[in-house]
Design a binder for this molecule. Sequence first.
Ligand SMILES: Nc1nc2c(ncn2[C@@H]2O[C@H](COP(=O)(O)OP(=O)(O)OP(=O)(O)O)[C@@H](O)[C@H]2O)c(=O)[nH]1
Ligand SMILES: [Mg+2]
Length: 315
Amino acid sequence: MNGAQLGARLRDGDLTVAPAVLNLVEHRGARDEVAALLREVSPGALGGEAGAHVVGVTGPPGAGKSTLLGELVRAWRAAGRSVAVLAVDPSSKRSGGALLGDRARIAFDPEDAGVFIRSTAAAGRLGGLAPATRAAAHALAAAFDVVVVETVGVGQSETEVAEVADSVAVIVQPGSGDVLQFLKAGIMEIPDVLVVTKADLGEVALRARRDLHAALRSLGATGVAVVAVSSVAPVSGIDELLAALDAHRERLDVAARRLAARRASALADFAAEHGERGLRALGGRRAALRALDDSDAGADVPALVDALEGKAGVR
Ligand SMILES: Nc1nc2c(ncn2[C@@H]2O[C@H](COP(=O)(O)OP(=O)(O)OP(=O)(O)O)[C@@H](O)[C@H]2O)c(=O)[nH]1
Ligand SMILES: [Mg+2]
């Protein structure tokens, strides 16, 4: 199946094409096919924004993201919602973090056609999320009810994942003072939902939750939910977390956030392809964003990149 056919199947709600979609977007040199795919699922083609709730899940290595996602997937499925998880795996160049062999995989039922999970290797830090991950998230959002993008890190990763997600959840484990410090110092963007894992550890988790809550309050971010969860028995907090994510999505101007995300993605793709020289040809990053402001709101990312390339004369 080519890109356009895959896109049409997604538009019809066909979840079985998800593996083929991932293979296509990860294929180097398939740029035109990926553009055709994204055109079929663009807001213009869908008659509005894709219906999925796109959720970013990010946090330091070993915080408990994968274990938590196993529980979240189970809860979303129990609520009748289909789920795709795109996990960006930095393991090839991992230094610290979860001990080797201490990493949990996302647990799911392989027989369940309503769940799709794929790990992709992380591209370099430059330019944020790999274009393949962003393209996959945009595409799958046309068919799945929930699309999760999981990234590892703290400080930069919430900004990267905000390029595609409607709601960003930052996951921390008790005693991770770095996240607290990063928040207070403004190094880290304020998340939409904060999650403290390993609540089964007791007092230390409650203290972490209180400290994070206080830090957010002092930053004036009173609307941010701080949820404590345990992903091992006795499992707790999962329903609260689902409710907090849904509440954030309900408050959100989805169209505005997606539009901003597509424009940021286009600029990132353009910069990855043409570097500083390309940006200079556009008159700098700000001028480029201004140019994108005037573009069609229903345009997909490849179309926006095309427009930038035309403007810069680098096509
Ligand atoms: N006690 C307790 N341990 C947990 C909980 N959640 C995860 N863990 C453990 O914490 C370790 C790391 O969990 P992962 O889910 O792999 O964490 P991660 O954030 O996905 O880690 P990376 O993918 O390496 O960044 C594993 O040994 C888990 O069993 C929890 O709620 N309570
Ligand atoms: Mg993990």
